[in-house]
Design a binder for this molecule. Structure first.
Ligand code: PEP
Ligand code: MG
Length: 544
């Protein structure tokens, strides 16, 4: 047995086989071959497998994100059959006597360059699709089948690090736990792991990554951050007992279902859930959340290989609103940039991406992208109780511009006779110190604030949330952060706005009482934490 130590980001215990998550090999080798027919057969086999994989992903996406969003995986299947693409690969194998991987990689580069050079935005965006299908082929050729097509057995995914886009692509039904050698606990990957309700550990270190073997047995303890590879009998018995006790604790929490979020002295609090996709709704309902306090809409963009159209977005938002049947649904507009990268946005590399071109800064400088999303949101508002929230606000003038664009969108919809609700609440995220400090000026302009403690902490403490090396300097209970939240709450209430917290700190039950005493009206947490927070709220007596 060997024990490794990382940092647990979601408490639970899992026992199972290790599956090493391999990133597509960026540097494909050019190998001279004699038997070119064999390479062409290998290519055909990799293609057949890719079509099967894409069909499985299509069917899964159909269930999780609906037909319009799933359609891209049908398009990918068609692209694999494109004559020009196939001819190019076979020609390179024949004419240069090279391996199939190399022929696919060269074809991918050529086709992606050709698409990128086109004027038409739709065709331009096909570059990312060609790369996507080609990576899949290369993975299949080199035996690194992506995990969504692996066996039916659930596995412990072990990786160096995972990007949010890679995490969303994983087949969640086949993941027992996550362990990454690097990464930080406030990264979006960690947040996704919490949403998936599975044990997750980050920062297990390079030694861990170098020593583990695909298919080896491990136990992951997300509470302590420990990973036991080839566990001995005693450890196994102890952790199986811990797993049993954990399940019992979770079962007890289930008894809080259907109960109110009310303090012992009678103050009602909204306990809502955070989601990243339509597919998360099941967990929201299963955990009895009173609404959705944060729908990270950028995941709709990350799941796509091109800008989701107005109709695609409308379908997704409508589905969430209808499923929540009149309960509040706060959808945050696109928060792309920093660690959430989308190829087709063609964002330039930046020295300091967290301080760079992200979120509302992209929306205000690419108004066509912003207006498409706002039109979809307002159209969907006719089907439920919608709140729209804007990320990364730092100034009054930004908010004035946003509100003017909202008015423009509404006027256009009205003129076109398109139905929308006139009760949509507008709010902003308080996730920069600037927004908190001028919250007295921002509050009269909106219906609500939602505090994004993940970013507010990173910007207040000058600690990059992506950098694992400075975790020791991140004091999530830092007085400066708490004072900014308190100041925002006072200003919100002074001007008749409500205030919630949707960052990870909302689920920290050691702070629930502090937040309630500040007057926080809503706590929005990963669906799996809703009942835990309900339990905490019910145990607090604010009259004492
Ligand atoms: C936050 O910053 O706290 C937040 C909720 O937004 P995100 O984690 O998506 O940046
Ligand atoms: Mg944020």
């Amino acid at each position: 047995m060997k024990k490794y130590q990382g940092k647990g980001v979601y408490g639970a215990v899992a026992i199972g086989k290790i599956s090493l998550f391999k990133k597509p090999d960026a540097a494909v080798k050019r190998i001279h071959v004699v038997d070119t027919d064999n390479e062409k057969t290998r290519f055909e086999q990799a293609k057949t497998l890719a079509v099967q994989q894409l069909q499985e992903i299509y069917e899964k996406a159909l269930k999780e994100v609906g037909e319009t969003n799933a359609a891209i995986f049908e398009i990918h299947q068609m692209m694999l059959d494109d004559d020009d693409y196939n001819d190019s690969i076979n020609n390179i194998i024949d004419s240069q006597s090279v391996n199939a991987e190399y022929a696919v990689a060269v074809t991918a580069d050529n086709f992606a360059d050709m698409f990128s050079a086109m004027d038409d935005a739709y065709m331009k965006a096909r570059a990312a699709d060609v790369r996507d299908i080609s990576n899949r082929l290369i993975n299949n050729l080199s035996g690194n089948a992506l995990i969504e097509t692996g066996s039916d057995e659930k596995v412990i995914i072990c990786a160096s690090d995972l990007a949010p886009s890679e995490t969303v692509a994983l087949d969640k039904d086949k993941v027992l736990a996550f362990v990454t050698a690097h990464g930080s606990s406030n990264s979006h990957t960690a947040i996704l792991a919490r949403n998936m309700n599975i044990p997750a550990i980050i920062g297990a270190g390079d030694e861990f990554l170098n020593e583990i073997k695909d298919g080896g047995e491990a136990i992951v303890d997300g509470y302590t951050g420990e990973i036991f590879v080839d566990p001995d009998g005693e450890t196994r018995t102890m952790l199986l007992e811990k797993q049993r006790a954990d399940e019992e604790k979770k079962r007890l929490l289930q008894e809080l279902k259907g109960k109110e979020n009310i303090t012992a002295d009678g103050k009602k609090i909204n306990v809502y859930a955070n989601i990243g996709s339509v597919g998360d709704i099941g967990k929201v309902l299963a955990n009895d959340a009173g609404g959705i306090g944060l729908f990270r809409s950028e995941f709709l963009y990350l799941e796509n290989s091109d800008y989701p159209t107005e109709d695609q977005q409308f379908a997704a938002y409508k589905k969430v609103l209808e499923s929540m049947a009149g309960k509040k649904v706060v959808i945050r507009t696109l928060d792309i940039g920093a660690d959430k990268k989308c190829d087709y946005f063609n964002l330039k590399p930046e020295e300091n991406p967290a301080l760079g071109y992200r979120a509302i800064r992209i929306c205000l400088t690419r108004p066509e992208v912003f207006k498409t999303q706002l039109r979809a949101l307002y159209r969907a508002s006719a089907f439920g109780n919608l709140g729209i929230m804007f990320p990364m606000i730092t100034s009054v003038s930004e908010l004035e511009k946003i509100l003017a664009i909202c008015d423009e969108v509404k006027a256009e919809l009205k003129e076109q006779g398109v139905e929308f609700s006139d009760k949509v609440e507008l709010g902003i995220m308080i996730e920069t110190p600037a927004a908190a400090v001028i919250s007295d000026k921002l509050a009269p302009m909106v219906d609500f604030f939602s505090v994004g403690t993940n970013d507010l902490t990173q910007y207040t403490l000058a600690c990059d949330r992506q950098n694992p090396d400075i975790e020791q300097f991140v004091d999530t209970h830092h007085e400066a952060v708490l004072r900014l939240i308190e100041m925002s709450a006072e200003n919100a209430h002074k001007h008749g706005a409500w205030i919630g917290i949707c960052g990870e700190l909302a689920a920290d039950t050691t702070l629930t009482e502090t937040f309630l005493r500040m007057g926080i009206d809503e706590l929005s947490v990963s669906p799996t934490f809703v009942l835990k927070v309900r339990g905490a709220v019910r145990s607090i007596d604010l009259s004492k």
